[in-house]
Design a protein around this ligand. Structure first.
Ligand SMILES: Nc1nc2c(c(=O)[nH]1)N[C@H]1C(S)=C(S)[C@@H](COP(=O)(O)OP(=O)(O)OC[C@H]3O[C@@H](n4cnc5c(=O)[nH]c(N)nc54)[C@H](O)[C@@H]3O)O[C@H]1N2
Ligand SMILES: Nc1nc2c(c(=O)[nH]1)N[C@H]1C(S)=C(S)[C@@H](COP(=O)(O)OP(=O)(O)OC[C@H]3O[C@@H](n4cnc5c(=O)[nH]c(N)nc54)[C@H](O)[C@@H]3O)O[C@H]1N2
Ligand SMILES: [Mo]
Length: 636
């Protein structure tokens, strides 16, 4: 479905949305927020911030939640993808960023893409991977599907969905058994090796082959290649994180780098490839419930005091709710007002039927978007924004932690307003005299509060074409990789050791049974973007709509042929889609995207089981049944 740009504010009257002036819409938005806070307290309000918008806008959005409303309930779609990566990396190293630079990818000897279809989902990054491959680097891909990424690999490990910990443990056990560990690094920079080694000992390649479906020889080959490489990059994305145990999955991969010393030095590292164009920056700017800008912990009094002095605020001394917890709080009636900027949860959250009911029950929903999404259709007030990536000034931060300027290239359609201006209008209506005449003014305020950004002036960002964080001073640059301290000779400089964390392999929550015998995993395609709001308007003969991808043997057993429409049923609901045959799929596994929810609402059947640490849903593993529709049932 093609969406058209929003250019007029809308307000709800008698159950219907109708056009309104900017003044009326802003007044209505502000009144509803004020009423919520007055009647139910600040924590009845939640801010969904936009990972597609600039750092500056995310800074202002989280400041709005904290300084204007007085709550830490602010989060974004980072919760649906890489929150487990941030949690795992922060637990081991103290900070949650990917450790390396793109140049180091090009210079690597070995690249492992684990649960990542970078060729389609991160084509710019993959271009650096291909440069390394042309230079002679080896590429291993770990994915249950033979993706277009896997087609470039030297070795493809086709594991069963949800068996990554078993595979990682077997790789570790093989490295240890072959005497390939980096003893110097383990002794100096880590702790907990003995417990970890004892724990993974049971995962012989043969045992793991039975559990994961990956042949023992390939497990051994990955172990030897990774341990013996001089420069090895371990990169992962949602095949790892979108599970009920996503954080454990991430920790299992981090353990491999600790075992071999493949972190903290040039060329070797651990890299979650971030999803949205500025999801890294959104988190860095504090649009998460537990950190202020620059990843500073809200629980530290000296940190809060610094921000309170600058903002004239009283930041609550406790973590707010993350996105998943905000939805749970809606069920309890504790969260009743949401301000959603550039997020479409009604179509992107798992088990979307539940999400829709929750959003419908809100007493006050403000949506600020560039399109009238399915989420916006439920709002009490809709505010038309400009598109950050081409109609605004500001900065974005990519997966290598590089902050880059974005510049206005197009005029916004008449009637749309800049995200930051809209937030300032609302702040003024709620008693805070906010004015930022330029994005740079926001950036400079943020830099003064966030040590890791302090040295990045707009001028330097322009002159250098971008700067990686940390950048604490205006002269000089830090190394392109993180955690070099772990290699320091001086124990004081080395700081806290990086712990091996023992994690257990556990199968996906949605069990396969006789009634639901097939595994469904969901993900992306090169030609479409997330819930399709931004890519729905694009058509091409090469682009197909939603399909149910099945291994030909499974289709045959079900009596299905290519192009035939089939009914797909999970424990949550039922949808219909045409069958497509993909011999690159593991037998027993089906694949769908979530790019065409207006036609086929795939998230109405995915499971909402979430990772207890990060709150990320198990989008990658639902149990389904596929039925022939036959002649009796109309294909609707
Ligand atoms: N073209 C395009 N690009 C995008 C997006 C888009 O919608 N379209 N979205 C962006 C966003 S928000 C994100 S977060 C990224 C996501 O980027 P990716 O994570 O690369 O994308 P996905 O297709 O969701 O999942 C990656 C792979 O995980 C595999 N997988 C499934 N289950 C498992 C498992 O249990 N173990 C392992 N090892 N692998 C498994 C799938 O087969 C799939 O190929 O892409 C970003 N880039
Ligand atoms: N089944 C299944 N579901 C998934 C996933 C999966 O793998 N499988 N992946 C999950 C992941 S990783 C993610 S990130 C989420 C994405 O979930 P969402 O973030 O909810 O979905 P998007 O389609 O990316 O929505 C982006 C919205 O931002 C708006 N927008 C774009 N630019 C701007 C701007 O500059 N300003 C404003 N105000 N608005 C703007 C767009 O119009 C659009 O409505 O989906 C999750 N859902
Ligand atoms: Mo994402």
């Amino acid at each position: 479905m093609a969406y058209t740009r929003l250019t007029t504010p809308l307000v709800r009257d008698g159950g219907e949305l109708r056009p309104a002036s900017w003044d009326e819409a802003l007044d209505r938005a502000a009144e509803g927020i004020a009423e919520t806070v007055r009647e139910r307290g600040a924590d009845a309000f939640g801010m969904f911030s936009c990972a597609r918008s600039t750092n500056e806008m995310n800074y202002v959005a989280q400041k709005f939640a904290r300084a204007v409303i007085g709550t830490n309930n602010v989060d974004s779609c980072n919760r649906t993808c890489h929150a487990p990566s941030v949690a795992g990396l922060a637990q081991v190293f103290g900070s949650g960023g990917g450790t390396s630079s793109y140049q180091e990818i090009e210079d690597a000897d070995l690249i492992v893409l684990w649960g990542s279809n970078a060729r389609e989902a991160h084509p710019i990054f993959f271009h650096h991977v291909l440069k390394a491959v042309r230079r002679g680097a080896r590429l291993f891909v770990v994915d249950p599907r033979r993706t277009s990424t896997a087609q470039w690999a030297d070795r493809w490990l086709q594991l069963d969905v949800g068996t990554d910990i078993a595979l990682a443990h077997a790789v570790a056990r093989q490295i240890i058994a072959s005497g390939l560990v980096n003893r110097t690094f383990i002794d100096r920079a880590t702790e907990g090796f003995d417990d970890y080694a004892a724990d993974v000992a049971k995962w012989t390649p043969e045992v793991a082959a039975l559990e994961t479906g990956v042949p023992a020889e390939l497990i051994e080959e990955l172990a030897h290649a990774y341990a013996n490489a001089d420069r090895a990059q371990l990169c992962w994305t949602l095949g790892i994180t979108e599970h009920h145990n996503g954080t454990d999955n991430v920790l299992a991969l981090i353990n491999l780098a600790l075992l071999t010393g493949h972190v903290g030095r040039y060329g070797s590292g651990l890299n979650p490839l971030r999803g949205q164009n500025n999801v890294q920056g959104g988190g860095d700017m504090g649009a998460i419930p537990n950190r202020l800008p620059g990843f500073q912990d809200i629980l530290l009094p000296e940190v809060r005091e610094k921000f309170d002095r600058s903002w004239g605020s009283a930041i609550p001394p406790r973590y707010g709710w993350h996105l998943t917890q905000m939805f749970e709080a809606m069920d309890r009636g504790e969260l009743t007002a949401v301000y959603a900027i550039g997020e479409n949860p009604v179509q992107s959250e798992a088990d979307s039927g539940r999400t829709r009911k929750r959003m419908e029950n809100l007493r006050h929903l403000v949506v600020q978007d560039i399109f009238l999404t399915k989420t916006a259709e439920l709002a009490h007030v809709v505010l038309p924004a400009t598109a950050a990536w081409c109609e605004s000034e500001g900065t974005f931060t990519n997966s290598e932690r590089r902050v880059q300027r974005v510049r206005k290239a197009l005029d916004a359609p008449e009637g749309a307003r800049d995200d930051i201006d809209i937030l300032c209008e609302l702040a003024r209506r709620l008693g805070h005299d906010w004015h930022y005449d330029r994005a740079e003014a926001v950036w400079d305020e943020m830099r003064a509060l966030s040590p890791m950004h302090a040295g990045m002036t707009y001028q330097r960002l322009a002159d250098l074409g971008g700067i990686q964080w940390p950048c604490p001073t205006e002269d000089g640059l830090e190394p392109s990789y993180l955690h070099s301290r772990l290699w320091a000779d001086d124990p004081a400089e080395r700081g806290d050791p990086a712990p091996f964390v023992v994690v257990e392999h556990r199968r996906p929550v949605d069990e396969l049974t006789a009634e639901f015998p097939l595994r469904l995993t969901t993900g992306r395609r090169l030609d479409s973007y997330n819930t399709g709001v931004q890519s729905g308007g694009f058509s091409s003969p090469l682009r197909r709509g939603e399909t149910l991808d099945l291994n030909p043997a499974d289709a045959e057993a079900l009596g299905l042929v290519a192009g035939e429409r089939a009914r797909i049923t999970s424990r949550r609901g039922s949808i219909v889609a045409p069958v497509r045959l993909d011999p690159g799929l593991r037998p027993g596994l089906a694949f769908m995207t979530f790019h065409f929810p207006d036609e086929v609402d795939v998230n109405s059947i995915t499971i909402e089981a979430t990772d207890p640490v990060a709150g990320t849903a198990e989008y990658k593993a639902s149990a389904i049944r596929v039925d022939r529709i036959g002649d009796a049932e109309p294909a609707a």
